[in-house]
Design a protein around this ligand. Sequence first.
Ligand code: NAI
Length: 461
Amino acid sequence: MRVCVIGTGYVGLVTGVCLAHTGHHVICVDNNEEKVKLMKAGQSPIFEPGLSELMQSTYQNGLLEFTTDIAAGVQHGEILFIAVGTPPLPTGESDTRYVEAVARGIGANLNDGYKVIVNKSTVPIGSGDWVRMIVMDGIAERQKVLVGAGGVEAAVQKIAAEFDVVSNPEFLREGSAVYDTFNPDRIVLGSNNQKAIDLMKQLYTPIIDRKYAENPSLPPVPVVETDINSAEMIKYAANAFLATKISFINEVANICDRVGADVTQVAKGIGLDSRIGGKFLQAGIGWGGSCFPKDVSALVHTAKDYNYTAELLEAAVKVNQRQRLIAVDKLQQELKILKGKSVGLLGLTFKPDTDDMRDAPALNIIEELNRLGMKVKAYDPIVSQTGLRHGLSGVIVETDPERLADGCDALVLVTEWDQFRTLDYAKMAKLMNHAVIIDGRNFLNPKEIEAAGFRYVGIGR
Ligand code: NAI
C-alpha cells in the first residue's frame, strides 16, 4: 500500500521504516530540513537498536523515501499517518499545534480518492473529530485559492476528496521500538467507519500475522476495533496505569526503607500473583521520558476540563516528583554536608538504550545537586559519545566511567544501562574520595559492589 508518515521522530520514523520493511511504499515527511538531509544520507537522527540497518535497507530498495514536501507525501499516500509531537504545555495540557498544522496541510493538499488519516500521535480525547474539522478547513482554504485563481473545475473536483480519521495509538517503547513494532501486544484501531478499519487491518496484515515477529508461531496479534474516543482513551489509560504501578512500588519502597524490608523481595512476592504481574514493579528514582509525565498530566487535565478530579493520578504524579529526589536525600544521609563535594552520575537518559533526555529524572537531580553546591559529573554510554547535544547544563560529561569516579565523593546510578553491571568497580572505588554508591534503580548486586570496596545504598532495600 502507499503510505505517508508525517513527523519522523521516535514514533514516525520507526513506523515508516517498519512499514516499508513489510513491503509498503512509504514516504516520510518532516519539516526539519536538517533531519531530512541526514535521513537522505542514510543516517538515523535518533538512536534506536536495529533502526539504522532497516532504514538503510528499505531506503536502498526504494520502499522508503524522505521529503520536506507535505504535498508530495499526501498525494502519494492512501494512508496518511500524523506522528508529530504533542509536548506538554506548562498547564499540563498537550500542545496540539503541530497536529493542527499537519491536519491543515493534509486538507490543503488532498487529491482525489479515498484516504485514511491516522492519528498516531497521542492526542487529547476528542481529537478525532477535531482533526476531521481542521482537514475540512484545509480543504476549504485550498478551494478558495483555486476558485480565486479561476480553477472552478479543479475546485469542484476537490470536494470529491473523501477521507476518514482513524485513531491508532502507539505503544512502542523507546529502546526497543523496532522490536515492539513487529511484536506488539495489540493493535488499537478507532474509527466510525468500517472501511477505514479494514484498510488499516490490511496495512498491518504482515504484523498481525507475525511475519516479522520473534516468534512467528504465536496466534495473530489481537486487534481492538473500537470508536475513536475509546481508542484515544486506551492510550492515556495504558500509560497512566503503568506510571501509577511504578509510583505504587516506589511508595512501598519508601515504607520498606523505614521498616527494614527489601522492596525487591516484596516486588517478587507480589509480582508472582498473576492478577498483579511482575513487570513495572522495579522501585527506583521514578518514571520520566517524553510520554509518561506528559500523558498522565494531560489525562488529569482532561478530567478537570470535564469537572472531575483524578485523585489517584494526581497522587501518582506527586509520588513521582518526590521520588526523583530520593537519591539526593540518600546522598545527604551518607555524606552529611553536600556543599563542595563531587558526585558522579552513572547514566543520564531517562532509560537505557535510548538517547532521549526529555523529562529525564537526571535533569531534576542535577538541578537539585547544583542548588546544594555540589559539583556534578556524569557518564552515559550514549550522551558521552554524542556530546552535549541535549543542551545539558550544570554537569560535566565524562568520556569513561573511571574518569567519572576519579575524585568523587559518591556515585549515583541513574540509568540502568546494561554495561553498568560489569564496570571495574574495584578500580573505580580506589579513585574516589568516598566509595559510596546510591543505586537509583536497584540494578546492581549489593554483595558484589560491597566486595569491590563500595558502601552500597539502594532504594527500599
Ligand atoms: P518527536 O518529537 O521525536 O518527533 C516529532 C517529529 O515531528 C519531529 O521530527 C519534528 O520535526 C516533526 N514535525 C513537527 N511538526 C511538523 C510538521 N508540521 N510537519 C512535518 N513534521 C513535523 O516525537 P515522538 O517522540 O516521535 O512522538 C510523536 C507522538 O507519538 C507524540 O504524540 C507522542 O506522545 C507519541 N508517542 C511517543 C512515544 C515515544 O516513545 N516517543 C511512544 C508512543 C507514543
